[in-house]
Each structure stands twice: as C-alpha cells, then as structure tokens.
Design a protein around this ligand. Sequence first.
Ligand code: ASP
Length: 402
Amino acid sequence: MSIGENKLVIGIILGALLGIFCGWSFGESMLSLSWLGDLFLDALKMMIVPLIVGAIISGVTSLGDVRRLGKVGGYTLLYYAMTTACAVLIGLILVNIIQPGVSANLETEITTEPILERENVGLSELIKSLISPNIIHAASNTQLLPIIVFCLLFGAALTTIGKNKKSIINFFDELNEVMMKLVMWIMLFAPIGVFSLVASQFARVGGGENIKAELIAVGSYFFTVILGLLCHFLLLFLILIIFSTHGKQYLLKLLRAILTAFGTASSSATLPLTMSCAIEAGIDKKSVKFVLPIGATINMDGTALYEAIAVMFIAQAYGINMGATEQVIIFITATLAAIGAAGIPQAGLVTMLIVLNAVNLPAEGIGMILAIDWLLDRFRTAVNVWGDSVGAAVIEPHLLKS
Ligand code: ASP
C-alpha cells in the first residue's frame, strides 16, 4: 500500500474507534456532530446512480459480445449463490451448536410495528422489483436493481448495433472515469465521516450503559452472529487465496471499503469506495464494473448468515422446534431474503419476514433482536462488502479468459 493509502486506512480505523469511544462515553451530546456523517453518506450516495450507469454500460460493452455476457453472468451468479449458501450453512451449524435462544430473556421484547408496517415482502415482490416502469423514478429513489437490469440490457443492445456506436461507448467509459475520480476525493473525508456516523449511532441508542444492557440481554445471540460472520469472513479469504491470483494484499487494499461499510451500514453507499479500492488493488476494470455493482445489490453473505441465525434464535426462544425440513426451508428462504435485501441500513431485518413466514414463526419475534440490530448490521454489511470484493477477484480470471 502507498503511504497515502496507509494513512487513510489508519485514519478510518482511528475514526471508527474514536467514534465508538465518544458515542459510548458522551452519549447524546455526540448527536450534534451527526451532520458530518450525514454529509459523508450523502456524498457517497450522490455517486451511486451515475457510477453504476457508467460502470455497467461500459463494463458490458467492453465484453464485446452479448454471448460472453451470458457466460460471465453465469459465473458471477454461481459465485454469489455458492458463497451465500455457505454463509447460511455456517449460520445454521453455529446456531444449532450454541443454541443462543434457549437461554434468551423474552422480556426484552420491543414493539415491532415500525418494521411490520414498512413494506410487504414476498417472492413475487422480489421478482417484480427487477423492473421499474419508470427508470427515472427508480434512479431518484436509488432503487438499484431496476437500474442495473436496464443498464445490462442497454449495454447488451449497444454491442449488437452496427458501427457508429463508438462515441456513445466512449461517453459511458469516460463517465465512469470521472465518477471514480470524484470517489477518490470523497474518500479523503472518510475518517471524519466514519467517526461521526459511528459516534452518532452509539449516541442515538443512548450511549454505553444502554448498549451494555442490550448486549447482556441477547449476549449469546450477538456472539453467535459475530462468530458466524468471522468464520465466513475467513472462508471468503480462503476462497480468495485458492481461486484468484490475489492474496492478503487484497484484503489490506480493501480495508478502507470494509471499514466504511462498518461505518455506513450500507453496501450501496460503500459501493463507490469498494470499486475504487478494487481497481487500486489491481483487479481488472471489467470485473470491477460488472461484478461489484451487481454484488452490492444482490450478494449479501453476511445478511443471509444473520437471517438464518436470527430466525433460529427466535424459534428457540419461543420453544418451537425447527426440524430438518424447516431448516431446509430456512436455508432456501434466507438465501432469497438476502438477495432481496437492499444495500441500505437494516434492510435485512425487513426481508427476514419472508423467512419467518415460511416457517410459520410470529413476525413479532423480531422484537427480541431489534434493539441490537443496528450494531450487527454494521458487522454484516462489512462481510457483505468483503464477499462482493472477493467475487470481483475470483471472477476476474474467467472474464479475461472469455
Ligand atoms: N445493511 C446491509 C447492507 O447494506 C443490509 C442488511 O443486512 O440489512 O449490506
């Protein structure tokens, strides 16, 4: 890593630690600094739509032929499906061994109304969300899936038309270059942004004493999720070593994005940084442009793992036995629910309703894990971003070959 990058990583780590310390110790008074974090988050969000449009269209056209798109798309989806399945499996194994729900304190229940009212989620909604009748509306609401689908189709169509397409392809190539430059500028602001985001979130939940009480109430659940996320993080590292040409340097290069994911709790908002770090780490641009935007939207290993553990925890706390069949259902629906979760804070909590419904558990069970979710969200988002990044490294050789 260059000296500048090193400084930035250290800055972000210090920002996060200082944020935890200040939010923990000074509680609500830290809220007065929350605008700094909002500014950072908004600047990142401002990048997302133009970045994705430029990246995907220029990424697809650089493949040259629509048939290659199918092949590469196939590899990418296979990687996502396999790693997400591994994540759910790790979650299920750990939750069966540790059984965190058996000793849970049910009196910690909190109202779930805000979540239950938020949106109706089901398989058909997931599929419908791929297409938006109004792409401008989707863009103005940062609904990424329909934008991605549109750009994939647009790029594919562009490769099939005759000559005279050079200028339009150049336009999207250059749009992407400019956006990446802007992202590098915003990145300089990351240490302060992460500090403010973390400190104000800790402050919002009432500072250290409240967090301690929450952790004690669902301690073994918290521990099970963190352990699962750690195992999956290491598994992804192993996959990186075995299936790509990149090694531990890659993890170091990606640290800025992973830490920002922790700070923002949003894989979508982190996407610009993830792309920038992956390019700096030497990943071929085609892979970065193609794999990362799709990954940030549909590949959420951390979320899938968390959903499996959370649902099993709720069942254990209610004393409801989940047999092999139910666990297979959890396995499938947790994978789908993670795909359906948007890359925004606590989206996984909403799509978890799909899993709870599938195994007939009461949606109110979410109340037990609500209080601590904001913290787990940060850890699982970091794993989500790491999963996407490893994907870009693993798909790279196939892209270059095809
Ligand atoms: N916050 C997560 C993300 O953006 C989604 C979730 O699990 O809630 O990746």
